[in-house]
Ligand binder design. Sequence first.
Ligand code: HEM
Length: 424
Amino acid sequence: MLILRSEVDGTRVRAIDELVARGARGPSGRPVIFIDDPALAEIVLHGPTFDRGRLARSFCGNGLLFSDGDHWRERRRIVQPAFPPRDPDQHLQDVNWAMPGLIRRFEAAARAGSTLGVVEETVRFTTRVLYRGVFGQELPEDHDRVEVILDYFDSIGGILSATIFPALKLDGRSMTEVRGKAAAMDVEVDRLIDVRRAGKTNPDDVRTDALGRIIDEVGKAGNQAGVREEVRSLLVAGAETTSNTLGFLLLMLATRPDARDRLERELDAAPGGSPPFLDAVIFETLRLFPAVWFQTRESTTPIELGNHQLEKDDLVFVSTALIHRRPDIWADPDSFRPERFLPGSEDPQRSRHRYAFFPFGGGRHLCLGRHLALHELRLAVRGIFERFRVEVVDEIPLVAELGVVLKPDRRIRVRVTEREKASI
Ligand code: HEM
């Protein structure tokens, strides 16, 4: 497997600091500039003199998540109506549809006394939501698409990181292996497109899911490559980001009984509700483990940015993971303290800069799927913790994989038991 592994010390993913210290080089051959200042992050994400550049595109194609300029604008025009900003509940029914499957898998594991792979289960769930809500297709609850998707992500993540951080060792280096994973992914992408095309029986049907719109608009001039790159881009954007957040959240609560007990108490006191502590746990996980741990941009012109003098094509990392842990913004930054996100919290981060906490990015590339992601997280956390207790099986150190996204190590397994409800 082609991935970068990194020890997690408490909650801190150590390799991120090491990467900054060791230095990294962009496609121009010049050092990468790491931005850990919220004010500079705002300039980069909003400024007209930065765009997504060549790096991510060279690995993942020119889909919505990796493109910029007129090409990106046109694709965003096509896809955005499938994520209507004024109807954030649009995808709630897709999440509600997938929830019983997730709960049944936990139920079966609890009954059998067996363990569950955190990453596999969370990806299985988010893939089902994504396929239904974004690609217009329903997968069975025990579907087998997880491996092909995870393998593909691991491959591109590993290559991307190894390109930028040559000092880091890879867990294997075979380009043949990567090509094999990419080819397997292409088969899955083509299958998705074929099934969706076949689903349109009446030529006057108006398709409102993202894939339907992409096929109708991007594919109309026979641009099959364009349709493919959008599907790949939406898979990368939507499957692993939410699943990894959910995975880290399960692990945090499995190792922090005080936070878990409080969540259980508040859920028991308001069955089916959304107590503020639920969101606080989600936001604190997004702070410590932002799935999109950096956002890359390249300068389109020489420019001064804080103390840095940038040349054209210099690579900038807006380092969400570093900004989210700045000690001058966040008290006790490496601790998992959901309380800091509760209404009325005295935490100094209350008066923080808008780019002190920005797990979903900002500026023109603000995450399109953020409402969908929050629905998934809220319903899954509520559904799981209302009924089950989740414990880490082995005393192995928590490890994160650093790729395009930050994710828990695939080897981590949890034991699930039915829990007793607090008497109210
Ligand atoms: C916890 C889950 C998620 C996180 C943390 C997250 C984070 C982000 C971030 C930081 C960006 C900005 C990237 C940049 O500036 O280059 C982004 C963009 C994007 N996200 Fe998400 N995302 C999540 C879930 C989703 C989901 C479920 C979807 C649904 C498909 C989605 C679709 C997108 C798309 C299409 C973009 C590109 C927007 C553009 O450039 O116009 N995301 N996401």
